[in-house]
Design a protein around this ligand. Sequence first.
Ligand code: B3K
Ligand code: ZN
Length: 873
Amino acid sequence: PQTIRLEDYRPSDHLIDRVDLDLRLSPHDTRVTATLAIRPNPAGEAGAPLVLDGDELILLGLECDGQALPADAFAATPSGLTLHRPPRRPFTLRIETQIDPTANTKLMGLYRSNGVYCTQCEADGFRRITYFLDRPDVLSVYTTRIEAGRDEAPVLLGNGNPGACGVIADTDRHYAVWHDPHPKPAYLFALVGGRLDRVATRFTTMEGRDVAVAVYVEPGKGPRADYALDAVVRSMGWDETACGRPYDLDVFNVVAVSDFNMGAMENKGLNIFNDKYVLADPETATDTDYANIEAVIAHEYFHNWSGNRVTCRDWFQLCLKEGLTVFRDQEFSSDMRSRAVHRIGEVRTLRARQFSEDAGPLAHPVRPRAYAEINNFYTATVYEKGAEIVRMIRTLLGPAAFRAGMDRYFAENDGRAATVEDFLAAFAAESGRDLSAFAGWYERPGTPRVTAAGIYDADARRYTLSLRQSLPSGDGAPLVIPVALGLVGASGPIEAACPRVPDGVFVLEATSDTLTFEGVAEPPVPSLFRGFSAPVRVEMNLGDAERLTLLRHDTDPFNRWQAAQSVAMRLILDRAGARLVEADEAGPAAEAYAAALGAFLDAEALADPAFAALVLALPSEGEAANEIGRDVDPDAVHRARQTLRRHLGRSLRGRLESLREALAQAAGAPFSPDAASAGRRALINTALDLIAMADPEAGTRAAEAQLSAASNMTDRLAALAILAQIPGKARETALAAFGERYADEPLVLDKWFALQATIPEAGTLDRIARLRSHPAFAMTNPNRVRALIGSFGLGNPTQFARADGAGFALLAETVEALDRVNPQIAAKLLTTFGSWRMLEPARSSKAGEILSRMQARPSLSRDVADILARTLA
Ligand code: B3K
Ligand code: ZN
């Protein structure tokens, strides 16, 4: 496939100022008439041909300034339309195309989801609707007329503000016109037509604009949209108060559909969502679902400024909108919930998804320099690491200069297609700082490593801390790394003087550097990268006792949690490295760890249950594997982690039981999804999980009791998840009953599929084979595929990476079958092989064989071929 490179960027030779679209919706034969006001771009090449993108289009008609074009004036194929000699002045092109939304299983362009017409145009789906300059630096004002059967599609929605609507005389059809005054790239175009329920409210902006806000869902599901609607309103308010960003249209619509390639899409004024991130009630949604809905609603809404008003010049700048918008939604969620707890969650996600990506064959810079298929670059690196870069800018500049820089960025680039350079320039201008070295974060792939070492001189009361950075990509200029840090002693924080750490932040700009702290009265433990101030791996030779001092006394909640994680990680790695199979006794280090957690629980669990639940949760098997880095034996990692969990359960059992009791009383009814209540449920369920590890019989009884008494999906699913880990009849009975109870609830069935796919037992492959023929499973529904197969690849390391290769084979077969239906999802699924080279030789050679076999197949999609080539490279 053709490689597109950043360095080859050229402005478009033509611009399209206005787009008038007329879409006559019909299940198999939709007609699209596009009237385009085109002119030569003064910044482009004069007299160049007009080359419009297309994808699986049928051209029915073409006129230039009202005249049919002679056959030799143009060339049309399903994937492009070229005018060899377009007018050298402004002109109007009228194009009629035919498309089949029902046959569109790729879910890009215009398609039908459960009978609802909807669109997905990012990154390059608009060209599946009409021929166009489908690139983000071509911005146009759109007017859209949508026509459809009144019965089939009583609701017709478009971008912008509503205009005329009515019935078409003597037919069963009607129409609606929408006009979006804000120029936008084609990837933000959207329409919806279908039978939908509406929940609505109003919001008055800081500028006094009265906005009609609505969420549309499948008939009968209105009550499940209330939480999402409330999240929209809170997002609108937050973007005003926290960022000074008001909304700019008279309506804001959110539509939930059931077949969707990702989470949601920020189309101007008409956000379209995977219904997983809209629908919630206590009976069907977990606390995690509520939190995700809040975050994704906010994310898409915030794109209205970071992405839509200021868009991207080209797809290499994707992080400009995605990293920034993730940062904005993280800030929002932190303000809505517990900042410390949220930060830990963000870092867990980053480490699980981004660090592993950055350590494997799919590693790429936050701003990639080349791509074969752009849809394969909506990655954790662009999104999550991209957000960390924005956060580092704030840490470096401080909140006031950061806010001023953001304001300047929006003001200077409003209505423009911008670049990373434009973004950095705004902060440089406001802060007076040179950010050119900092820009390295956008260019260099791989997770930097920072190694720290400290020396305490008791006589001089001096502590010397040296820091050294290194990047896996070897040479190149050092990065600019903000290190938020402090010193902690045996009974609390140590105040010590170091002029190079103003406001608690040292900026590591050289490859190595040394800090000197004066007036240090006792041997300190350094607390480094407080709040995870940079996306790096930190190495420091601290003993468990020192780390547990941080757990007790650090003022930074993130590093308190990190301290417990680091101790647990070392315990898991030691055990996994020794390949200890039998010996179940924990050893003194594990005893000390459990004792520290016990003391911590006694002192704090009831005051902050959400935080306590995180402190009790061990690093995942995936994280441990990443830490090991080579020759990984997933079985050894699994056993090591299980042993430590069992040990924790045994040592803490009494405390965990009384915590469960105390919290259950506090939790009470009725259900509320707020963060404090969710935190109590998290600790109740983490406690049960550890109890069940220690005593499977008692755990089974308690989980069964919770399963039948639960008043909400969080508690019910947690109980089922615990039962699912314990082989036997109780598990099978519970799974079967749950499957029946929710047979008509696709989103709940997804949880049920996922839970079974992650059982770490040899029988899971057969189970998955059975579930694939379950009536609710469909290759055409991305949520189902992700639930059953994606969860297996990502969340079941021992079975996915089975030594006999059967897990890899299952994944590969699914990718091959899915590639014919939905290449984007197939490619995403294939990225679960990203860590294959890290495995011990027997397993990695199995994976390599299976991947190579797949590569030999003819007619792979570009999406899958690209991931395969890079995974095998
Ligand atoms: N911008 C979309 C993602 C589009 C993915 C295209 N393959 C959702 C988001 O990040 O908000
Ligand atoms: Zn986004």
